[in-house]
Every structure is written in C-alpha cells, then in structure tokens.
Ligand binder design. Structure first.
Ligand SMILES: Cc1ncc(COP(=O)(O)O)c(C=O)c1O
Length: 357
C-alpha cells in the first residue's frame, strides 16, 4: 500500500493481546501508522535481506516445502555448532512451545513455569489439559529454583531472559534446575541475541533440556513466524509429533537470508545497547521505576495509573503494554526499545500524558 494512501485512513482501531492470557484482546483507538512498542518486536523495520529474498526469488509456491526444513536446520547447526539432527523448526516459538508440551507431557501431567512470564505457557498447557503449577519469581525477579523443583513437573518452561521482567537468570540456577529435576526443562531463549549466554551449546550435557529460539525478535521476522526447538534426549519425541511442512518455503528462505545478514543483526543489537540506557534514564527522571533489562524492552512501574498511561499514549500513536492487571505487576507497563526516533516519540508522549494526568 503506498504510504500516501495509508495516511489517508484517519483514526482507526487496533487489537492488542492483553497481558493476562493468550486469547484475550484489548481494542485501542489509534492514529494511523502508530508505533508498536507493545510486542517486543524489532522496530528498525523488516530485515533488508528478507525483503530482497521475498521480492526477487521465484518461489515454487505450488510445491510443498521441505518436510523438516532441512536447509535451515543445516545452516543453524553450523551457526550454533550443534548436530542438525538435534533441531526441529516450525511456525514461531509459539508452535515450538505447543509441540514441546504435546510431545513431552501427557494430559494431566504437571507443567511448571515461573510467574510473571510469557503468557503462552499457560495458554498451551491449559489447551493440552495439563496440571499447571505457577511458581512466583522471588524479589528482583529471581527464579525460585526450590519452588520449581518442588513442583515436581514433567515439563518446566522458563524464559531466559525472562519476559516481561527483562532480566537473565544465573547459569548456576538453571544448571541446578536441569540437574535436580526429574522432568524436562524447556529454556525459551527468544531474547538471547540481546543478552548473550545461550545454553544451545550444552545440549549433550543436559539430555533433559530443550532450547527454544525465534527469528521474531532480533532478526525482525515476527510476521513470518520462524521458531526452532533444539534438544538431544527429547529430540525423538519432538520429531514424532512435529507436523511435516510446518514452515513454509518463503519463511524458510527468509530465515536463511536473515541468518547470513550479520550486519543487520549487529546494527540491531548496537541500537538497543545505545538506546536502552538512554530511555531508562529519561523514564527514571519522569518518575518511573525501571527494572534492569538485558533485552529489547523495559518493565517499568509507572508514576500514574498504568491503563490510563497506555490509553493516553495510544491516542498519540504510541502503543506500549499494560501489565497493571497482572498479580505482582500492579502499576507496571512494558515498553519495547526502538530506534532513536521511536524512543523520542515515546518519551515526548509520556511527558505530555503525565502533564495532563
Ligand atoms: C519469551 C517469549 N517466547 C516466545 C515468544 C513468541 O515467539 P514467536 O514469535 O517465535 O512465536 C515471545 C514473544 O513475545 C516471548 O516473549
């Protein structure tokens, strides 16, 4: 759609997922071309290598893709120095969470995860009729490893770095969980490019570990839906339940191109490294309690009602996520870090909303 035509649209509405559950949506009134700082995506825009592939490659879309995304698995195996036989690919990490739950647990089995964390763990565990054990994070959003072990779960899901808190858990804590649990542990590394310190190289050491990785965040491909699960001990069970053809030809080619485009990835990581402390400091000066983050987002205690802040910003064309209704996160919002122009728009909008509160 030409930009001009889009700008003629006038005020519109937009549905955003609520922080409480995967199925629940809130509708916001927004001006056109609003800035989406609510979903932790890459605000630098589409990865240029991906756009080039989509525009120029004569895809044979009348044929099925490779059933097991062989080319992408080979490329990822080289990148991560793992066995390609230890990887399965699919339609985003969401698909891989669902697959892990279906493959590694039976209906009724206990599935544990820390809270607050990514809302889709509950969504898929509930859909699979597991017994859900939520283990609150401790002060400073540190994991309660004793609590997770006591949960005696068949599968523990743990986002590292964690969403929405933005912190990374210590290797010692994760190693203890992996060593002492009697079940499987899926470590969701959706934001690992920002923090470093992946466990992907330790698949053989921990046969009960599954690592989940996505192209949605640092690789800027949320709209194409590419996710990967890596495992040693659990891989046969994952393969048995993975539907064939669950990654389409265009998305697989796009992921291969994005993986090669190191310049884009470095640029992305550089922007976040530079902008995150600047936004953190500016929000702090306006009265926000900003939690330390190693990711592309900040969890903040707002100096006013969090929902009113989100609605006020949405009316100005900046969407952030309200966590005020989540137990333990009363008054909190989560803000994705973008490029300088997005962050400037956010800070200007926040200042105006606070002035009129
Ligand atoms: C921790 C975590 N895991 C997974 C996802 C979703 O990843 P994908 O887009 O690959 O389904 C998100 C998205 O916000 C996330 O925060």
């Amino acid at each position: 759609v030409p930009r001009k035509a889009r700008n003629k649209k006038g005020k519109g509405t937009i549905s955003v997922p609520s922080a409480k559950a995967g199925t629940d949506y809130k509708v916001y009134d927004v001006p056109p071309d609003c800035i989406r700082m609510d979903l932790n995506t890459n605000l630098l825009g589409p990865n240029p290598a991906v756009t080039k592939v989509i525009r120029t490659r004569p895809f044979e879309t009348h044929q099925y893709p490779s059933p097991d995304s062989d080319e992408l698995r080979e490329a990822l195996a080289k990148e991560w120095k793992v066995d390609p036989g230890h990887l399965v690919c699919g339609n985003g990490v969401d698909d891989m969470i669902s697959l892990s739950i279906r493959a590694l647990t039976e209906k009724g089995d206990r599935v544990a995860y820390p809270t607050p964390s990514f809302s889709m763990y509950k969504f898929f565990a509930r859909a699979h009729r597991n017994t859900i054990v939520e283990v609150p994070l401790k002060k400073g959003f540190e994991p309660d490893i004793d609590g997770l072990l006591k949960a005696d779960a068949r599968l523990t899901l743990i986002a590292n770095p964690n969403n929405p808190s933005g912190n990374k858990f210590s290797n010692l804590d994760l190693e203890r969980l992996l060593n002492e649990t009697g079940g499987m542990v899926a470590i969701d590394e959706a934001y690992i490019e920002y923090s470093g310190g992946s466990f992907i190289g330790r698949l053989e050491e921990f046969p009960n570990m599954v690592i989940l990785r996505t192209f949605s965040k640092a690789y800027a491909m949320a709209g194409l839906r590419v996710g990967v699960a890596a495992a040693s001990g659990g891989i046969d069970r994952l393969k048995r339940l993975k539907p064939p053809f669950n990654l389409d030809v265009v998305s697989e080619a796009a992921a291969l191109a994005a993986l090669k485009n190191k310049v884009w990835l470095d640029r992305t990581l550089g922007v976040i490294r530079k902008e995150r402390p600047r936004v953190q400091e500016a929000l702090g000066k306006m009265g926000f309690k900003v939690h330390p983050s190693v990711t592309n987002f900040l969890l903040c205690g707002a100096p006013m009602d969090s929902e009113e802040l989100c609605l006020g910003l949405a009316a100005k064309g900046v969407l952030i996520k309200d966590f005020g209704g989540v137990p333990g996160l009363e008054g909190h919002v989560r803000i994705t870090i973008g490029a300088k122009k997005h962050n400037d728009a956010l800070l200007k909008g926040v200042k105006e909303v606070l002035e009129h509160a």
